[in-house]
Write a protein that binds this ligand. Structure first.
Ligand SMILES: Cc1cc2nc3c(=O)[nH]c(=O)nc-3n(C[C@H](O)[C@H](O)[C@H](O)COP(=O)(O)O)c2cc1C
Length: 173
């Protein structure tokens, strides 16, 4: 199973919008995926699901992670890096089996100029630490607020081309 991790719990995020776009593009290429949005994490996560504890709500999420062999992480830039809630999610997942020897592709986005270059770089190090393979082609989408049309689709030629290339490589990875 392929799971798209929408890497923030902010409601109304561009991250979830971009996750849905990737899911749609994967489907157009005949590949079914699921979105795991960090908005679905239990509100109590830090008290109920870290350091050996496990809530009923997180069990369902853990099962989805365990059943996944490939992950597409969509990662917004927050204060020059990736969101703390994404690291908390990784810390809450079972180690090492959640991500060990699995495959991933990373996408950064921001309203600023850099498309989360630093956050995606840092997150790549975390992926390697948990023994996950990372697709070398990582995408950074800057000025994300100017990238979607009214239907939630990317429309700029360059962005569409790079995303399409990444998806093709991810499917072969
Ligand atoms: C807590 C927080 C910190 C942010 N820090 C940055 C930043 O350092 N650089 C930047 O370009 N945008 C920053 N943004 C704006 C996000 O890049 C922007 O909201 C974008 O749409 C991706 O985040 P979203 O998925 O939450 O919408 C920040 C947003 C939040 C909520």
């Amino acid at each position: 199973m392929t799971t798209i991790i929408s890497g923030t719990n902010r409601s109304g995020s561009n991250t979830l919008k971009l996750s849905k776009y990737y899911q749609k593009q994967l489907a157009l290429k005949g590949h079914i995926s699921e979105i795991l949005s960090l908005t679905d994490l239990p509100d109590t996560l830090i008290s109920t699901d870290l350091y050996g504890k496990r809530s009923e709500a997180f069990k369902i999420i853990q099962e989805k992670v365990t059943a996944s062999s490939k992950f597409l992480f969509i990662i917004p830039e927050y204060n020059g890096g990736y969101p703390g809630v994404l690291k908390t999610f990784i810390d809450a997942c079972k180690f090492p089996e959640s991500f060990f020897s699995k495959k991933s592709a990373l996408v950064g986005l921001s309203t600023g100029k850099y498309g989360n270059v630093r956050g995606v770089d840092h997150f790549t190090g975390i992926c390697h630490y948990v023994n996950m393979h990372v697709l070398p082609l990582r995408i950074h989408i800057a000025s994300i607020d100017k990238e979607f049309d009214e239907n939630g689709n990317l429309f700029k030629d360059d962005t569409v081309r790079f995303v399409n290339q990444q998806i093709d490589q991810f499917l072969l990875f």
